[in-house]
Design a protein around this ligand. Structure first.
Ligand SMILES: Cc1cc2nc3c(=O)[nH]c(=O)nc-3n(C[C@H](O)[C@H](O)[C@H](O)COP(=O)(O)OP(=O)(O)OC[C@H]3O[C@@H](n4cnc5c(N)ncnc54)[C@H](O)[C@@H]3O)c2cc1C
Length: 431
C-alpha cells in the first residue's frame, strides 16, 4: 500500500517517453507524482524498434513536412507538423546530452536510416532497440530526481474535476486501495489502445483509460477511429502481443512475397497502403499471412542492425538468414486521442495530454514511421514549460471523490473499454 502526499504540483499518469520527458523538464522544486499501471519498464516506449526522426538540415524541411502530410492523407494539422519538425534537432540534442547512444559511422557522425513513407534517410536508431535506449536513459535520469516519485502498479482510475477544471485524480494503488491525489496540473500520458484489440503489438495493459476518463467528463477527443495497423508483425498462431518486424527492415531492402514467392507491392509505401496490399494478397492466396524475405538486406546488416528481430525469428523457429519469414498485419498505433493544442493543453483547465493518448494533429489519418517518439517528447516538453510558467496559479479547491464507483476495478475497466469503442464506432460511422 502506498502513502501519497495529499497534493502534488504535477500528477503524471504514464512512465513512457511522454511522462518521463515532462518530469525531466519540470524544475527541481516542483513536486511530481508519476503513476504507471505496470512496472516502469513496461511501456510501449521500451518496445520502439525502428528509430526516431530528426530534421537533418533546413534543406530537408519541405521533404520531411511533405512525407508526414502525405502519410497522414493531408488531414494533419500543419502547425503541429511544423512544430514537431522544427523542434526535432533540439530534442535529439537533449537526448544525446542525457546519454542516449544513436548509431554512428566510423567518423563518429550520426547514421540515418529510412523507413516506409520517407523520401530520404532521416531516422536515428540504436540497433533495433531505439525505444529501449531512449526510454531507459530517461527513466534512469528521472529516478535520480529527488522531486519526482514513481509509483509502480498504481493506476489512475478517474479525474478529480469540477466545472471543467482538473484538480488531480483518483488512484488505485498496488494494494488495491483508492486515493484522492490532488495536483495543480495533471498530465495524461497513458499511451495507446492496443489492449482493446485481439492482435496488437502494444502492451495489453494499454487500454485507453485516459480517453475513457476524458469522454466521461466531456473533455474534447478526436478521431478515435484512427487506428494504425502495422503491416508486418511476425505471424503466430498463439495469442498474445504480436512481435513487430520494423519497417526499417524493408527500408534496408527486405521484400514482401506472396505464397508463390512473387513480390506483390511497393514495400516502401506508407503503412496503411502496404497493409491494404497485404490483406488483398492474403485473401487472394487464402492464407493467414504473407512472407517477408529479409535476405536482400544481407546477413551482416541483419545481424548488426536487427539483432532482436533476428533472435525473435529464430526463437519462433524461423531462419531469417536462410528463408522468408511469415508476417501479418496487427493493431499498432493510435492516431486519435484527447484533443490538445500546440502546448499539450486539453479542453479542460489544468489538464494536459501528451504522447499516444493525445491527438495534436501531427499524424493526420496515418502516422509516418518514427514520428511518434519524437512527437511524444516534443509535446511533453511543451506541457512542462506551460506548467512551469503557470506554477504560481495553484488549485484553490479540493473536490471530494465518491470511491464507491471505482471499487470493482474489472467492471470499471469494461465500462471504460465500452465507452472508447462506442465513441470510435460512432466517429467511424459519421466519417
Ligand atoms: C512494437 C512497437 C514498435 C514501435 N516502434 C516505434 C519506432 O520505431 N519509432 C517511433 O517513433 N514509435 C514507435 N512506436 C510507437 C511508440 O513507441 C509509442 O507511440 C510511444 O512510445 C508512446 O509513448 P507514450 O509515452 O505516449 O506511451 P507508452 O510508452 O505506451 O506509456 C504509457 C504509460 O502509461 C501507463 N498507463 C496506462 N494506463 C494507465 C493508467 N490508467 N494509470 C496509470 N498509468 C497508466 C503505462 O503503464 C505506461 O507507463 C512503436 C510502438 C510499438 C508497440
Amino acid at each position: 500500500m502506498q502513502n501519497f502526499e495529499q497534493k502534488y504540483d504535477v500528477l503524471i499518469a504514464g512512465t513512457g517517453v511522454a511522462g518521463l520527458c515532462c518530469a525531466l523538464h519540470l524544475p527541481g522544486d516542483m513536486r511530481v507524482l508519476m503513476l504507471t499501471k505496470s512496472t516502469a519498464e513496461e511501456s510501449d516506449s521500451f518496445l520502439a524498434q525502428g528509430g526516431i526522426c530528426m530534421l537533418r538540415g533546413q534543406e530537408d524541411f519541405a521533404g520531411y513536412f511533405e512525407d508526414t502530410m502525405r502519410a497522414g492523407h493531408y488531414e494533419n494539422d500543419e502547425g503541429a507538423v511544423r512544430q514537431m519538425i522544427a523542434e526535432s534537432p533540439s530534442m535529439i540534442e537533449e537526448l544525446i546530452a542525457e546519454g542516449v547512444r544513436f548509431a554512428r559511422d566510423e567518423k563518429g557522425s550520426l547514421r540515418f536510416t529510412r523507413e516506409g513513407g520517407h523520401s530520404r534517410p532521416r531516422i536515428l536508431f540504436h540497433d533495433d532497440v531505439t525505444g529501449k535506449e531512449i526510454t531507459s536513459t530517461l527513466l534512469a535520469k528521472v529516478r535520480t530526481l529527488p522531486n519526482v516519485r514513481i509509483a509502480e502498479n498504481c493506476t489512475l482510475v478517474d479525474l478529480l474535476c469540477e466545472e471543467n477544471e482538473c484538480f488531480g485524480g483518483v488512484v488505485r494503488d498496488d494494494a488495491g486501495c483508492l486515493h484522492a491525489v490532488y495536483a495543480d496540473f495533471t498530465l495524461l500520458a497513458t499511451g495507446g489502445v492496443g489492449g482493446l484489440f485481439r492482435n496488437s503489438t502494444n502492451y495489453p495493459h494499454l487500454t485507453g483509460d485516459a480517453l475513457a476518463m476524458a469522454l466521461r467528463h466531456g473533455v474534447a477527443v478526436e478521431h478515435l477511429d484512427y487506428v494504425q495497423i502495422h503491416p508486418t508483425t511476425l505471424y503466430s498462431a498463439r495469442k498474445g502481443r504480436r512481435f513487430l518486424v520494423s519497417e526499417s527492415v524493408r527500408g534496408e531492402g527486405a521484400v514482401l512475397l506472396d505464397k508463390r514467392g512473387n513480390r506483390f507491392c511497393n514495400e516502401l509505401m506508407p503503412r496503411d497502403i502496404v497493409t491494404g496490399d497485404i490483406r488483398v494478397q492474403m485473401q487472394k492466396d487464402g492464407t493467414d499471412h504473407v512472407w517477408l524475405d529479409m535476405r536482400p538486406v544481407g546477413e551482416k546488416t541483419l545481424r548488426e542492425h536487427f539483432p532482436t528481430i533476428c533472435a525473435q525469428c529464430i526463437e519462433e523457429g524461423y531462419d531469417p538468414f536462410g528463408a522468408p519469414i511469415p508476417v501479418v498485419p496487427a493493431q499498432h498505433y493510435f492516431m486519435g486521442g484527447i484533443k490538445v493544442d500546440l502546448d499539450a493543453k486539453t479542453s479542460m483547465s489544468r489538464l494536459f495530454a501528451a504522447g499516444e493518448t493525445a491527438c495534436n494533429g501531427v499524424h493526420g489519418k496515418n502516422r509516418l514511421a518514427s514520428n511518434s517518439l519524437l512527437e511524444s517528447l516534443v509535446w511533453a516538453r511543451r506541457a512542462a514549460a506551460v506548467m512551469t510558467k503557470n506554477r504560481e496559479n495553484g488549485i484553490r479547491r479540493r473536490p471530494s471523490a465518491d470511491f464507491s464507483r471505482y471499487e470493482d476495478g474489472e467492471m470499471l475497466q469494461k465500462e471504460y473499454a465500452k465507452l472508447v469503442r462506442e465513441e470510435a464506432e460512432r466517429e467511424a460511422y459519421h466519417d
